[in-house]
Design a protein around this ligand. Sequence first.
Ligand code: MG
Ligand code: MG
Length: 258
Amino acid sequence: MIYYKTDAELEIQRESSLLVGKTLAEVAKVIEPGVKTKKLDKIAEEFILDNGAKPGFKGYGGFPATLCISVNDEVVHGIPGERELKEGDIVSVDCGTIWKGFYGDSAYTFEVGEVEEEVHWLLERTKQSLYLGIEMAVAGKRVGDIGHAIQSYVENFGYGVVRDLVGHGVGRHLHEKPEVPNYGRRGTGVKLKKGMAIAIEPMINLGRKEVVQDSDGWTIRTIDGKPSAHFEHDVAIKDGKPDILSTFKYIEEVLNNK
Ligand code: MG
Ligand code: MG
């Protein structure tokens, strides 16, 4: 079922989502060649706890960490560990929080040092596709309008849209109905109504759209070994205009001052 939220609940959800954005900004400060992914996880976990919230992913379905950290051809659900980031990598950092019973869920893909130009554009265009999807996230539109906006934009560049993983409703549960695919046809699927909150999260591959799961039971990677980008915002459905609950503002302040 779809859970509809009151305005007061959406404001709590906004606080949770903003904390995710602030946490990702703390992570952004230390992303550089040589840093271990487990260090990023520790920084995020401490920051969330210091702010009186709880990590949303740790223990979820048995996931062992606060962040999902996915490098290069890893699409999502990578587990932080001893791996050191290196110059030219890209790293998707997905973070969840629980604040007063509500989840925030947002992700950003970072460049480590200088990356190849085609990889840089993959990131820029994936982020742009997220905002194009968000434009469709208003009462009266359908989830297919969101998917279509994302898919039609990125396929222009020959990129692959991951099919096996999708966006979702978000609220008191990390994953609620409806599913929000990053592909679709205009005017199809679940109708968006005031009070819904959804996480829109394009996962876009430089090459083929197919993905495989590692033997660790978590990490999803591209089947052709080419890089993948991932950006995610939480959005409240309102009349007339989308209301983005999460933010990249704090992250991008850090990146612009690096
Ligand atoms: Mg996420
Ligand atoms: Mg999500």
